[in-house]
Design a protein around this ligand. Structure first.
Ligand code: IPM
Ligand code: MN
Length: 353
């Protein structure tokens, strides 16, 4: 098949991990006989430096005509002073809104071989297999903001249709798994959460009557994620709670560098990014873990290009590489040998035949 993919390296380690993503797509194309074209564009701080905008028009145009978009990371100390008027993160939020990718899917799977890399005791990690479905284009991230010298406001709004559509995505995923959904909110305090709970309950009753759904408050969910992570299956939640809980959940997998994400809307063009950030402390050193990005490429193959066999092969190649003991520094055992980003990437793509 032919596909056009916009590549947005962004800032910090974004360029290094995007390089790994492109290499794995090139390898897939070679092995399976596809033709992928890449359009590399600016976003975030790189966009601000070159054009004054964190989401330049050219980037927008390229994304709109692509089959999928792959993104590294945005942000960094250079653009984050307390008075910064334009921030790299605004570029990412504008991109998510432009593509209308309201459903951010963040799978949290634990490879047995990495149980030692997690700060959580290995016995708690057995059978952990969670998908967090994070609402991505609403809530406090997109509400009106205001600031005076001595006060500030961030408005959090949710509309019924926004809740209905994300619940449908989560419910479909849950129906194909353990038929179990956990909706996370803060309904004891927030009005948006009370609407969330009502809409979730009625949508499920009308459209997914077989599905078992539990509603949990976000503070309790944060605790249970550490205490009994294997009890979760599909978690659905609003934008900011999903952001926070997935950083927490990444520690189950040993490192933020392992986790991929897919952001999907009503069209097949999705946005694929690892959940880690720009990691300015290690940027340019060639030691970033490429697994989260390469696993995001697998999601791209599956969800935007419909290439299930290729997606599974890439996921197996990552797993096999880890099983064979190849490790970047973030997941290496104490005193264990470490590989660079490009060594780990080569090891993964060599395992694709
Ligand atoms: C993420 C990131 C972003 C978010 C930032 C960079 C805006 O933390 O993708 O999780 O908060 O959504
Ligand atoms: Mn985040």
């Amino acid at each position: 098949m032919e596909a056009l993919i916009t590549v947005l390296p962004g800032d910090g380690i974004g360029a290094e991990v995007c390089g790994a993503g492109v290499q794995s797509l090139e390898r897939i194309a070679e092995v399976y006989g596809h033709h992928f074209k890449f359009s590399e564009q600016l976003i975030g701080g790189a966009g601000i430096d070159a054009t004054g905008s964190p989401f330049p028009d050219e980037t927008r145009a390229s994304c709109k005509e692509s089959n999928a978009v792959m993104l590294g990371a945005v942000g960094g100390p250079k653009w984050s002073g307390p008075n910064a008027a334009i921030r790299p993160e605004q570029g990412l939020l504008a991109l998510r809104a432009e593509l209308e990718v309201f459903a951010n899917i963040r799978p949290v799977q634990i490879l047995d071989e990495l149980a030692d890399a997690s700060p959580i005791k290995a016995d708690r990690l057995r059978n952990v297999d969670i998908i967090v479905v994070r609402e991505l284009t609403g809530g406090i991230y997109f509400g009106e903001k205001s600031r005076t010298k001595d006060s500030a406001t961030d408005l959090c709004t949710y509309h019924r249709y926004e809740i209905e559509r994300i619940i449908r995505v989560a419910a479909k995923l849950a129906s194909a798994r353990r038929n179990k959904l956990c909706s996370v909110d803060k309904a004891n305090v927030l009005e948006t959460s009370r609407l969330w709970r009502d809409v979730t309950t009625s949508t499920l009753a009308n459209e997914f009557p077989e599905l078992e759904c539990e509603h949990i408050l976000v503070d309790a969910a944060a605790m249970h994620l550490i205490n009994q992570p294997a009890a979760f299956d599909v978690i659905v939640t609003e934008n900011m709670f999903g952001d926070i809980l997935t950083d927490e959940a990444s520690m189950l997998a040993g490192s933020m560098g392992m986790l991929p994400s897919a952001s999907l809307g009503d069209t097949s063009c999705g946005l694929y990014e690892p959940i880690h950030g720009s990691a300015p402390d290690i940027a340019g050193k060639g030691i970033a873990n490429p697994c989260g990005m390469i696993a995001s490429v697998a999601l791209l193959l599956r969800h935007s290009l419909g290439l299930e066999e290729e997606a599974t092969a890439l996921e197996q190649a990552i797993h096999q590489t880890i099983a064979d003991g190849v490790r970047t520094a973030d997941i290496a055992a104490n005193n264990g040998a470490t590989s660079t980003t490009s060594e780990m990437t080569s090891a993964i793509i060599q395992r694709l035949q």
